[in-house]
Design a protein around this ligand. Structure first.
Ligand code: 9D3
Length: 225
């Protein structure tokens, strides 16, 4: 998969992309991530990416021109037919694991990070294929949401996670929250690991885990049941 990210803060991404599984996926050639500074696509000498809203009001709106130029430049160089341009913005569809799985099938994604009070509507209407939000809280821009999306997508790409098992049984897909987990020692500061987990009785352990998962899901996320 190829991911192009259009942002006014490309440096925000570097430390995140340089670590952990995303880094490993890149060195294994499973994903190629390219950062583009939106200001490089401006035509004026001040490299302005925003302007005042028509009709008045406070705040600034991201201009259409640099975003169109950036996306068109990336598209014109793309060899991929399966390409999608995604705008990260508060009005987008809420990101879910279902959306991640669908987007993970694309060969080429262009992520556009929104900012300020919004983006010129013509970007949404005529340029972007999809709009995504990561949840109902207010951030300062689409950069962190783009990183969230990249992280969620990269781990779904074939060959990125070592063990296939860890992908199948997931909470938020299997519809149950995880059961309580423990590791050594079996007693830590007077706190004991539940006896059943030390019993060696795999049938009983499986049953206990399922009950605990159900209990926790009922308590914390009844919406999942
Ligand atoms: C004045 C109304 N605001 C909308 C709720 C304006 C506004 C706030 C924050 C416009 C842009 C932003 C910056 N946030 C994003 O670009 C963003 C975002 C978010 O704030 N929350 C969750 N997901 C996302 S994806 C992009």
């Amino acid at each position: 998969m190829r991911i192009d990210i259009i942002t006014i803060f490309p440096k925000m991404f570097e430390p995140v992309l340089r670590e952990s599984i995303i880094k490993r996926a890149q060195s294994k050639g499973k994903v190629k991530i390219y950062l583009h500074n939106l200001r490089d696509y401006t035509l004026d000498k001040h490299r302005k990416v925003d302007d005042r809203p028509f009709g008045g009001g406070c705040g600034m709106v991201m201009s259409a021109e640099p975003i169109f130029r950036a996306v068109e430049d990336i598209k014109s160089k793309s060899k991929s037919k399966k390409l999608k341009a995604v705008l990260l913005c508060p009005q987008g569809e809420r990101l879910t694991q279902k959306i991640n799985k669908r987007l993970a099938k694309y060969k080429h994604l262009i992520l556009i990070c929104g900012h300020y009070e919004g983006v010129d509507e013509r970007v949404r209407r005529y340029l972007v294929d999809e709009e995504i939000s990561i949840g109902d809280y207010v951030l300062t821009g689409g950069e962190l949401p783009a990183m969230v999306l990249v992280d969620a997508l990269v781990r779904l790409l074939p060959g990125v996670l070592g063990d296939k098992n860890s992908l199948n049984f997931e909470s938020f897909e299997g519809n149950l929250l995880e059961y309580p987990q423990y590791t050594r020692p079996s007693e830590f500061r007077d706190m004991r690991v539940p006896e059943v987990l030390l019993s060696g009785d795999h049938k009983k352990i499986e049953e206990w885990r399922r009950q605990e998962s159900l209990k926790r899901t009922r308590q914390r996320r009844p919406d999942l049941l």
